[in-house]
Design a protein around this ligand. Sequence first.
Ligand SMILES: [Zn+2]
Length: 198
Amino acid sequence: MMKFTRSAAPKCLKKYKQWGREYTRKRPSKFYWHRYQNRSVHEIVLAELESLTANHCSFCDGYPLGAQSRQTIEHFRPKSKYPRLAYVWQNLFLSCDVCQNAKGENYDKKLLKPDAIGYAFNRYFKIKAKTGEIVINLAASPDDQERAKITLEMYDLNSTVRKSSRIKQLQLKYMFKYRKRGIANDDLDNLAYRFLFI
Ligand SMILES: [Zn+2]
């Protein structure tokens, strides 16, 4: 999970309160997006979120979304439990379908948020280079450690396939090192799992 800074809410969501109330009242079986100036709000929001994370999943940092995993908009606080927040900009995150399916309708108020003030990967996590596992930073406070644990579990960040794809990415890191070439910020955004390189 890489830190990102959230921009101001896009204009297309200006009716978020009204839409949230309506959604709470109707509770349709399927969630729907509205239209804004003849454009799909889903498309506009997706493009905005994409630019915030450079098309990386907000939670596992998988990249590029749309190639191996589907690009989805995740409701951080699930819309089944918090229907009024269904169109609130701060509640919307770009996510891969693997993270979205793992989390499902679960939520915990201790879950880490990549755009939160004070969030940094190294504050909460470390990487085990041999296994590709993301582990809890044991130097963190007990509360931070608990938050890290909940986050790892809720997004299933240490599944076998995820660990092995991080090992592959670490090989790339060592190749860069071997060539004595640092990774510029622009290059970083073209890589999956950017936290391995910071
Ligand atoms: Zn993901």
